[in-house]
Design a protein around this ligand. Structure first.
Ligand code: MRU
Length: 354
């Protein structure tokens, strides 16, 4: 069983994903600055897991506080700002900090700091528990949708699915978003093989998804990101499913760079392409994908491959970590509440009204 993140005895423990699959190294820390660094460097990554880690990082920060109650509000504001500055795209991070602020606002005046910290601790734990439950609900809705969309093919054979980046236990703490759906579909006998696109430049698909599939004994093979259109042309892919870092109110979806190219190719070849993400990944406050802040990472991340220089140090680089797939290329958005197909503007809004 993969233990992506845990919090016991006021200590955050996480599996450092930078070294996988070659080295399984767990890091334990009580220091909130180290936890922020783990999020920044992608030692801890994947939108839901970033949200979980953000909640626990706030707890580490408040545990380090040594001042008076009057001094706490300014300290807390700075702590939240530091956590929020770690990664800009995954909205789950801001969902987690908003939840911690809510608990703080509700309790600060009436509670002692000790009691306030205890309820905040519970709130962080609840974010973690909810993400685990969300994965199970999402997997069930996803499998139902796939069964109905691909009913005709399933009468004759099992399916081959394309996925991108890593959306499993490593990215969520639970079974996964897109990979959670794939795992359940495999258990139910719907899947023949999984194709993991490598996910340049940090290779989450080649390193992490492949590693998780090995653990689950699910058959898979990996491809370079640029191969997917050709495999679709050769009818080697029945459907695609990926996660999301932020979904706008109209269904436009930010996910690991490369996703949009897979989705457009799938649309061209009439292959269903799905997003699986918890409601906590939907940013209903923004109308479309152009408003999603897209993280730009260092130029060296592209000019080097895991420490080895492969390009001129002077080569100019643009290194977006995410792209935005317009909703029109998606067959459906599968959430923990239900799968939304067709009109995303209405369907996603309804998720917040139920
Ligand atoms: O940069 P990363 O590895 O944090 O990016 C992760 C992704 O893009 C995932 O597809 C997304 O967060 C969904 S994870 C369930």
């Amino acid at each position: 069983m993969i233990d992506a993140i845990s919090f016991t005895n006021d200590t955050l423990r996480y599996l450092d994903q930078r070294f996988l699959p070659l080295r399984e190294e767990y890091i334990a820390t009580k220091n909130h600055r180290e936890a922020i660094e783990a999020i920044k460097t992608l030692a801890v990554r994947g939108a839901p897991l970033i949200g979980v880690a953000a909640g626990y990082t706030v707890i580490l920060g408040i545990n380090e506080f040594r001042g008076t109650k009057d001094e706490f509000p300014a300290y807390f504001r700075q702590l939240i700002a530091d956590v929020e500055a770690s990664r800009p795209t995954a909205v789950n991070l801001f969902f987690a900090t908003a939840r911690m602020k809510e608990v703080y606002d509700a309790g600060y005046t009436s509670m002692t700091l000790e009691s306030l910290f205890a309820v905040m601790h519970e709130a962080a734990r609840k974010i973690h528990e909810d993400e685990i439950a969300n994965c199970d609900a999402m997997s069930r809705h996803g499998v139902e949708l796939i069964k109905s969309d691909l009913e005709a093919t399933l009468k004759t054979r099992k399916l081959t699915v394309l996925t991108h980046c890593n959306t499993g236990t490593l990215a969520t703490g639970g079974s996964g978003t897109a990979l959670g759906v794939i795992k359940l579909a495999w258990q139910e006998g719907l899947i023949e093989k999984v194709i993991t696109a490598e996910s340049r430049p940090l290779l989450q698909g080649l390193r992490l998804t492949a590693w998780e599939l090995e653990q689950e004994k699910i058959p898979y093979f990996s491809i370079s990101d640029s191969s997917s259109a050709f495999l679709m042309q050769r009818e080697m892919i029945d459907f695609g499913i990926v996660g999301a870092d932020r979904i706008a109110a109209n269904g436009d979806t930010a996910n690991k760079i490369g996703t949009c190219a897979h989705a457009i190719s799938a649309f061209h070849h009439n292959i269903p392409f799905y997003i699986a993400a918890p409601v906590s990944t939907i940013d209903i406050t923004i109308t479309d994908g152009s408003q999603i802040p897209i993280e730009e990472r260092s130029e060296d991340e592209l000019r080097t491959i895991f420490g080895t220089q492969v390009a001129l140090p002077s080569t100019p680089v643009i290194n977006y970590a995410f792209d935005v797939t317009p909703g029109k290329f998606l067959r459906g958005i599968i959430t923990d509440k239900k799968a939304v197909v067709g009109n995303y503007s209405n369907g996603l809004k309804e998720l917040f009204e139920e």
